[in-house]
Ligand binder design. Structure first.
Ligand code: PLP
Length: 367
């Protein structure tokens, strides 16, 4: 039996009728770009996160970070602190916005913390981008307390892996000045193509983002500023509207599977994800650590258990950052990237699948 890492076809078949009819409605009303399905999703997703939010649908999650940064009108070369341990989109969007990336280390929960962030703050720091990595909320109480000491620094939350995750009952995406989400197909809430959004409570920022994402328009041919094209498609929005209705259930399944992994692997040499009561984890990824990671991955692969690595090289050590100049060799993120292994998790799996994976891992000779 194959234990797949991701199975989008199985998910589609479980909601086929709703999805097919939603796509048909978009085509039938020609609401291809923007339009009522997009507004409906923007409203639903803003409400899902809590009260008083504006949600602006965009082309993808990388554009969302870029456009969120643009909306802050920062002086060129302002410094933006980003995690060393995340997907490159987070840092890339900083550079492509003409700003300077400064990496912050992660802690044992794989997220940046108030202390790893504070080490990187200079008088040029204007933004901190916190990523709720793997779906686990960062310690937002400590980070918010830190930011109170630096009122000129804005917080952006990159929530691309954390749709529906929460810290002490508050959904991620509502702590910072701005939050960004990706709806790439493999995310916990995924479209059938590229899609993303920015969420903010600030009406002024929301209006700027709407303009930037649509050629700087205030009306059809009135361009207040130069922007770009990064709009959400009607078909993607209609699909997201359907999937948002199932997200609670899918998050519950992910949490149950994670619990089964945690219980099943607890007395082994595997380093398990650190969980805490005050966080609701969206379990986008279930990431373990082992010194013989490559052998374990190969061992599981031979038994048809598909795994992933997130991420094989910490960002500062990527070729793309060879001329970056910041010394991050001592970072925890740099030391552990060779040990990380993502086990299969998702609503396509049953608890028996997890028992099977646990059983196989326990047969690994070097455990
Ligand atoms: C997926 C992802 C992004 C980028 O989203 P796209 O929609 O692929 O552009 C950004 N940040 C993180 C943490 C991600 O996981």
């Amino acid at each position: 039996m194959v234990v797949k890492f991701l199975d989008l076809q199985k998910q589609y078949l479980s909601i086929k009728e709703e999805i097919d009819s939603s796509i048909f409605q978009v085509i039938n009303s020609s609401s291809y770009v923007g339009g009522k399905f997009v507004s409906e999703f923007e409203k639903n997703f803003a409400d899902f996160l809590g009260s008083n939010n504006y949600c602006i649908g965009l082309g993808n999650g990388t554009d969302a970070i870029e456009i969120a940064l643009w909306s802050l009108d920062l002086p060129p070369e302002s410094e933006v602190i980003v995690p060393a341990n995340t997907f490159i989109a987070t840092s890339e969007a900083v550079t492509t916005s003409g700003l300077k990336v400064i990496f912050a280390d992660c802690e044992e929960d794989y997220n940046v913390s108030a202390s790893t962030i504070e080490k990187q703050i200079t008088d040029k720091t204007r933004v901190i981008i916190v990523v709720h990595l793997y779906g686990q909320p960062a310690k937002m109480d400590e980070i918010i307390a830190l930011l109170q000491k630096y009122p000129e620094i804005k917080l952006i939350e990159d929530c691309s892996q954390a749709h529906g995750a929460g810290f002490r009952g508050q959904r991620v995406g509502t702590f910072g000045a701005l939050a960004t989400f990706s709806f790439y197909p493999g995310k916990n809430l995924g479209a059938y193509g590229d899609a993303g959004c920015v969420v903010t409570k600030d009406k002024n920022l929301a209006e700027k983002i709407v303009m930037y994402a649509n050629h700087g328009r205030s009306s059809h041919y009135t361009h207040e500023i130069e922007g770009r094209n990064s709009r959400l498609d009607g078909i993607q929005a209609a699909i997201l509207n359907v999937k948002l209705r199932h997200l609670h259930k899918w998050l519950e399944i992910r949490n149950n599977l994670a619990e089964a992994y945690l219980a099943g692997l607890k007395d082994t040499s595997i380093i398990l994800p650190k969980v805490s009561e005050d966080k609701f984890h969206s379990w986008h990824l279930f990431v373990i650590r082992h010194p013989k990671r490559d052998q374990l991955k190969e061992f599981l692969g031979k038994m048809d258990i598909h795994t992933g690595i997130h991420y094989p090289v910490a960002l500062p050590n990527l070729h793309a950052y060879r001329n970056h100049g910041q010394n991050c060799k001592d970072f925890l993120a740099s030391r552990i990237d060779c040990e990380l292994l993502s086990l299969p998790i998702g609503e396509h799996l049953s608890i028996e699948d997890v028992y099977l994976v646990v059983d196989r891992i326990k047969k690994f000779p070097d455990l």
